[in-house]
Design a protein around this ligand. Structure first.
Ligand code: NDP
Length: 451
């Protein structure tokens, strides 16, 4: 098959825009990966002959289903549920479940596509998937959440299993939801097996799984800093979000001696000009992760905290920014503000939190920019270790898992450097992550033939 040119790249992407016009997030994620790996594909005959790019942008399978559940008044309520199984080229499908009222198939396709390359970067044998439903856990009673999870799993259980597809949590799906989902899976399958990760410690869960994404993001940041002969101590860090990822990233950054000055939620910004100390972070964790209440309540009556409704952290000066809330939460204007304020490192804890304009600005400024598929892979990495513990019927301790997580994040960092370093020693982590993540999946696809 002949080589293709950059005009072929444009028409390749344009064809996808025509085919999936209502899926902007998916198209954005594909554009990011395909643009970066295009030269590698051009140079590799086996990838061209096997049409790897055309195949990798189409998920293996999308299951879409109706979920009916009963609210506390006995009224039937209807949601849509999905599982996008993107690729099992290098291992069983693996990726989180998201419960969010605005969820769409396009968002899940973007997340599953990204997950495939992220999982490849971890070095573990994990394929890529993502799923979820239009259900909003906020404001629902525990009984309602349980009934929804049971109904959702009644359909999903047909498509998952420890060697087939292993979901975990994501936005809106925490320990409580995983517990209810696992209970219903076990009842339907009549087997106790690791078909989900993020489980509670008393029933097959792993130490460090809840902390893994946030801690892993900070371990990745530390590796980036170390390569630049820099360190985290006394750095000012702005974090967005106040969920699982944001709060564990904040916890680890503070432990490493950084001054974390912001957190945020969907209502606004919590600014702590003097920094969050461990005790204050504990309070925020109780409020957001246990009580599921608003962040603004933490600032009530406080002399050191300010809550700004409707604002994001990106106007606050910092050395390091960690966007950890949601996709496309940091745009080109925000990037400009951060750069003017002297930001030197931006590491993505959330999935695709920076818009293409923002990413372009950071890459142009040549600051240390860590893309999500590398920087937030710690969660899925410890999920992979949870699967290994379940298969071996063993539980490893916290110290062992923390050190394995740190090792994996350093290895991911080094894979990005190997494929992203230029002649002057500057590392483009976006390029490095995309190429290293893609190559392993593409090689597996070539080896397995036209399937
Ligand atoms: P959570 O549901 O625990 O927390 C999400 C946080 O983001 C909440 O504080 C939420 O606010 C806030 N938020 C949501 N939308 C907005 C918005 N538009 N503007 C400002 N804040 C917003 O989710 P996670 O922490 O688990 O996930 C966060 C990100 O990390 C997602 O992109 C997810 O895909 C990614 N990720 C998560 C992993 C995990 O292990 N959990 C693994 C890898 C990636 P509020 O409380 O008001 O809703």
């Amino acid at each position: 098959m002949p080589r293709r040119s950059s005009s072929d790249l444009k028409s390749f992407l344009a064809e996808l825009v025509d085919r999936y016009p209502g899926q902007p997030e998916f198209l954005q994620a594909v554009d990011d990966v395909v643009t970066e790996v295009w030269p590698l594909v051009e140079d590799t005959k086996a990838y061209r002959d096997n049409e790897i790019l055309r195949r990798i942008v189409e998920p293996d399978r999308i299951v879409s289903f109706r979920v009916v559940w009963q609210d506390d008044r006995g009224r039937p309520r209807v949601e849509r549920g999905w599982r996008v199984q993107h690729s099992n080229a290098i291992g069983p499908y693996k990726g989180g479940l998201r419960f969010s009222p605005n969820l769409t198939e396009g968002v899940l396709k973007f997340l599953a596509f990204e997950q495939t390359f992220k999982n490849s970067l971890t070095g573990l044998p994990l394929g890529g998937a993502k799923g979820g439903a239009t259900f909003a856990p906020r404001g629902k009673s525990d009984a309602e959440v349980m009934r929804f999870c049971q109904s959702f799993m009644t359909e999903l259980h047909r498509y998952i299993g420890p060697n087939e597809d292993v979901p975990a949590g994501d936005m809106g799906v925490g320990a409580r939801e995983i517990g209810y989902l696992f209970g219903q899976y076990k009842r339907l399958a009549n087997r106790f097996e690791g078909a989900l990760t993020g489980k509670g410690l008393s029933y097959g869960g792993s130490e460090v799984r809840s902390e893994a994404t946030g801690w892993g993001t900070v371990f990745f940041l530390k590796a980036v800093l170390e390569r630049a002969d820099d360190g985290l101590k006394d750095k000012t860090v702005s974090i967005s979000g106040a969920g699982n990822v944001a709060l564990h990233a904040a916890q680890k950054a503070v432990e490493e001696g950084a001054k974390v000055v912001t957190l945020s939620d969907s209502e606004g910004l919590l600014h702590a000009p003097d920094g969050f100390d461990p005790e204050l972070l504990e309070r925020v964790m109780t409020q957001k992760l246990e009580r599921r209440g608003p962040l603004s309540a933490v600032a009530e009556g406080s002399k050191t905290l300010e809550f700004h409704k409707g604002r994001t952290p990106w106007g606050v000066e910092c050395d390091i920014a960690l966007p950890c809330a949601t996709q496309n939460e940091l745009d080109g204007d925000d990037a400009k503000k951060l750069l003017q304020g002297g930001v030197r490192y931006v590491i993505e804890g959330a999935n695709m939190p920076c818009t293409p304009d923002a990413v372009a600005a950071f890459r142009k400024a040549k600051i240390g920019f860590g893309p999500a598929k590398a920087a937030n892979a710690g969660g899925v990495a410890v999920s992979g270790l949870e699967m290994a513990q379940n298969s071996a019927r063993l539980s490893w301790d916290e110290a062992r898992l923390t050190s394995q997580l740190e090792d994996i994040m350093v290895e991911i960092h080094d894979r990005c450097v190997a494929d992203g370093e230029d002649r002057n020693g500057h590392v483009d982590y976006v390029r490095g992550a995309n190429i290293a993540g893609f190559r392993k999946v593409a090689d597996a696809m070539v080896a397995q033939g036209v399937v």
